[in-house]
Design a protein around this ligand. Structure first.
Ligand code: NI
Length: 181
């Protein structure tokens, strides 16, 4: 297992739409990558991580809104109760009711903002063995899944705030980089 590097804005890979995981890709390599992604999420620490944040433009996310210490089985697979690894997730249905959460992102350091999203979301995905799964997520769990799925479309939280706030943040980031070099 390995801890992967996490890209930050304005890296152009974070703005790309990801491609589906193909049927022939559900093999040990994919499972190793998902395990690395999970390890990277727990190490950060974070409650979710999407493959493009590590430069892999495939529709893969890992989430653990419990953000507990990583627990694993004999194969090194996380066994935390709220952990999920999803390939090709799609939203089947959402509630009309919204929930507002102060969201942050490992790819957008030192930034958080209130974002409104559906309070409940029904998601279907393929697990790391290519087996279909589906589940309703609620409240914070729903927020985390939707946030990670945004990454697969090349959307980060900065794209969900006002242009003024986005512009200010990116300007500050660029300035910090110039001084750091
Ligand atoms: Ni994020």
């Amino acid at each position: 297992m390995a801890i992967l590097g996490i890209l930050t804005v304005p890296n152009p890979l974070l703005a790309r739409k990801c491609r589906a995981v193909e049927p022939q890709e559900f093999n040990d390599d994919l499972r190793r990558f998902i395990s690395d992604l999970a390890e990277t999420m727990y190490a950060a620490p974070g409650v979710g991580l999407a493959a493009p944040q590590c430069g892999d433009l495939r529709r893969i996310i890992v989430t653990d809104p419990g953000n507990a210490k990583r627990e694993e089985d004999e194969n090194g697979r996380p066994t935390n109760p709220r952990f999920a690894a999803m390939c090709n997730p799609i939203v089947l249905e959402t509630s009309k009711e919204k929930v507002i959460w102060d969201e942050g992102c490992l790819s957008v350091p030192d930034f958080s903002e209130d974002i409104a999203r559906p309070r409940r979301v029904h998601v279907r995905w393929l697990d790391e063995y290519g087996k279909p799964q589906q589940k309703w997520f609620e409240d914070y769990d729903a927020v985390v899944v939707q946030h990670e799925m945004d990454h697969l479309e090349g959307t980060v939280i900065l794209d969900r705030v006002s242009r003024l706030k986005k512009g200010r943040y990116l300007q500050k980031r660029t300035r910090q980089k110039v001084y750091a070099e």
